[in-house]
Design a protein around this ligand. Sequence first.
Ligand code: NBP
Length: 477
Amino acid sequence: STAQIGVTGLAVMGRNLARNFARNGYTVALHNRTAARTHDLVAEFGEEGIFVPTETAEEFVAALERPRRLVIMVKAGAATDAVIGEFAPLLEPGDMIVDGGNAHFADTRRREKELREQGIHFVGTGVSGGEEGALHGPSIMPGGSVESYAALGPMLEKISAKAKDGAPCVTHVGPDGAGHFVKMVHNGIEYADMQLIGEAYQLLRDVGGYTPAQIADVFRTWNTGRLDSYLIEITAEVLSHVDAATDRPFVDIVQDRAEQKGTGRWTVQIALDLGVPVSGIAEAVFARSLSGHADLRAASGELAGPRPEPIADTERADFADHVEQALYASKIVSYTQGFHEIAAGSAEYDWDIDLGAVARIWRGGCIIRAAFLDRITAAYEADPGLVSLLSDKGFAEEIAAAQNDWRSVVSTAVTEGVPTPGFAAALAYYDTLRAERLPAALTQGQRDFFGAHTYRRVDREGSFHTLWGGDRSEVEA
Ligand code: NBP
């Protein structure tokens, strides 16, 4: 038993994670259901470090130093349970199973509880950054016990991405499912970021009259400012790519039906359960879903409405500036909503998550990495009890400065018939928070009328009901 860590599940993610541990000097035991993958890894990358290839579960477990650290990197769901079922009986108290797959946090809570009864630490861990991240340094979001982090933390810090200030992009997020919960919301925010970028692109194209290559340049410029982020950077790459077969912009030869694997949908489902309004993330999930409904979109030519007319060349640059403001303001709102969901999950499950630390470990390695995250960390450091990112003075001022352009972009989109559910939902959220009075009062009246659901008054304590079917006098409920 010589290996400090073992990885089972050697598809793209597991293989690169195993290589990352080995490149950082750790001896890595390898295992995969189909042994060929194990041998391929050693044949191709054996030079990179010290690997201990194994074929059976028994060999794999025997190869690990105690307490054992075993990383599972298999397809999330039933495969994870199958692998746990195979290895857990071979482990001893104090050993650690790290699940780096995209598990649902409720599954992680169940698994953690079951394994805790056997004395095994189960460390549900979000890993973001795709296959490149897994190899060169991902953002890592581990849950599980404090003891397990003491044993695993230094290794994870070594293989993780480093932010620009050198800080490792990993922290102990909290007990049991906290890590996978935070990874889920990360992905929800990623959906929202992508949708907002998509809307900016469509507006620049249909209203701004820019070509995809010109839009790539606009994005490159934005990427030198406050929108500096991985997603803006790769968007410019995708938009400037030309299809070799047709010589057309790549973005024009791809079918416009977005797919999804489910973490964005979970973010919205859980937000509904927790009562957290994540309208921007929800619109992003719905936008992907609607794009895929070929049946509903079949009538596109028959549905009446404006066809956008590009503006004059002389107005383009100003319009692009306004779109940048709309994108930035909407982005602040979607992060506000995502962090609200993390705070609510943390309260519900007693995780005590440090929101500033979450923003800090997203600064490198992960898909939503962005200069902007430094600002979020600073906001939570200045006030750990911050109710909402929009309560931070800095963000509130930036939104205030952006809002005229934001409003004009949304109204242009509406007038020209360009769908911008992300920009519009974010603005509606902001205006809802600003409103002195909401029609929720009317909703309460309607509910009382048809269902005697009662209401509260602005001027007196207590619950009241109006006798709508009788003399309309008010009774205390
Ligand atoms: P996949 O999600 O495609 O899973 C393939 C691996 O699962 C193979 O090693 C396969 O073994 C193994 N496996 C399956 Br399928 N069923 C199994 C079973 N019943 N028993 C044992 N092993 C089984 O791999 P991936 O794309 O590398 O992703 C791994 C995990 O990381 C997933 O949970 C994914 O959601 C997560 N993740 C992926 C990314 C990404 O960018 N791809 C990013 C972040 C997280 P075999 O070789 O024998 O078929």
